[in-house]
Design a protein around this ligand. Structure first.
Ligand SMILES: NC(=O)c1ccc[n+]([C@@H]2O[C@H](COP(=O)([O-])OP(=O)(O)OC[C@H]3O[C@@H](n4cnc5c(N)ncnc54)[C@H](OP(=O)(O)O)[C@@H]3O)[C@@H](O)[C@H]2O)c1
Length: 290
């Protein structure tokens, strides 16, 4: 999801070597963050000034059922990439998540104490702590509910809603008891690009402005698609999805960009404005299918 936006943001300005284990784009080369030796050799040849580690297993249910590979990818992978950055004296960027908090309070600023609930969140939090211990020239950016990548790459909420729309569903069921801050990949990548040049290293919450529930996001998305008169959105609570989404999720994952705004480097836009931009890529599919 995020890799595409980051590649498109950085590639016009820098020489980029983009890697993944799933080679679904012509601009990707194979690189596995679990395999330290192989990724180090690749990096030694390329000699990057900046390493951006976006690699992770991000499906919370998969992570819950497969803890070993989750720890290897999200935690050991984070350590490996930090080691490579250290060896090459490269600046490092790691992407963390709002999901590292337990959600007992509504808002979390950059300084509050994480208490991750799920295997995914625990492994991501480990990644944060490893980087903080190992490196000086690093940025950790905590994202919220990610939206971006379009129909082919978006694995999260927006695309899950859109798939139901394409299937012709007229009744959607969406939770209102989960709160968060949406984060648009394109805006996130723009912001990363600006901030990395400031050398104001450290850990930052970096989410779009404005917070909401999943229900609010669904309502806005359907409205922007122009389908509000055709599709009904029913509010349910998380119990309704307890079998499908069994991984523990915090009640609230709302982040505050306290450090970014205090340092005058908060480039994140309002989530509704971002969603409006993002919806364009979905409208095309709607036109084709009708
Ligand atoms: N999505 C969100 O809501 C969200 C929110 C906050 C933070 N984040 C963080 O943002 C970063 C980017 O995630 P994303 O949203 O762009 O999700 P994504 O689309 O799932 O991207 C993660 C990529 O890492 C790849 N990967 C998995 N194992 C790997 C390995 N061993 N070596 C190299 N690559 C590997 C995945 O490949 P496969 O597709 O084959 O697994 C996938 O292409 C991650 O660090 C994630 O934890 C995401």
């Amino acid at each position: 999801m995020l890799g595409k936006a980051v590649y498109e943001q950085f590639a016009p300005h820098c020489q980029v070597l983009a890697t993944d284990i799933d080679l679904n784009e012509s601009w990707l080369e194979y690189g596995d963050v679990i395999d330290y030796q192989q990724i180090l050799e690749k990096a030694l040849k390329f000699e990057p000034d900046l390493i951006i580690n976006l690699a992770a297993l991000t499906d919370l249910e998969y992570c819950e059922k497969n803890p070993a590979i989750t720890w290897k990818t999200n935690a050991l992978g984070a350590e490996n990439m930090a080691l490579v950055s250290k060896k090459l004296n490269a600046t490092h960027i790691y992407i963390s998540t709002a999901g590292i908090f337990d959600g007992r309070q509504e808002y979390y600023n950059d300084f509050e104490q994480p208490n991750p609930l799920s295997v995914y969140a625990k492994s991501k939090y480990y990644g944060e702590t490893a980087i903080e211990k190992m490196l000086d020239n690093y940025f950790i950016f905590r994202a919220g509910w990610m939206m971006g990548g379009g129909i082919e790459k978006d694995k999260k909420f927006i695309n899950k809603i859109f798939k139901q729309v394409l299937e012709g569903k007229k009744e959607l069921f969406v939770v209102e008891d989960k709160l968060g801050t949406p984060t648009y990949t394109v805006n996130f990548a723009e912001s990363m690009f600006e901030i990395v040049q400031t050398e104001l290293y450290g850990l930052y919450n970096m989410v779009c402005e404005g917070s909401c529930s999943r229900y609010d996001v669904a309502v806005e998305f359907i409205r922007l698609l122009g389908l509000e008169k055709k599709i009904n959105i029913n509010i349910v609570d998380s119990e309704y999805f307890k079998e499908e989404y069994f991984a523990p999720r915090p009640f609230s994952e709302k982040l505050l960009n306290l450090k970014l705004s205090s340092r005058g480097i908060d480039f994140m836009k309002n989530w509704k404005e971002c969603l409006e931009d993002y919806v364009g890529s979905y409208k095309i599919h709607l036109e084709i299918s009708s």
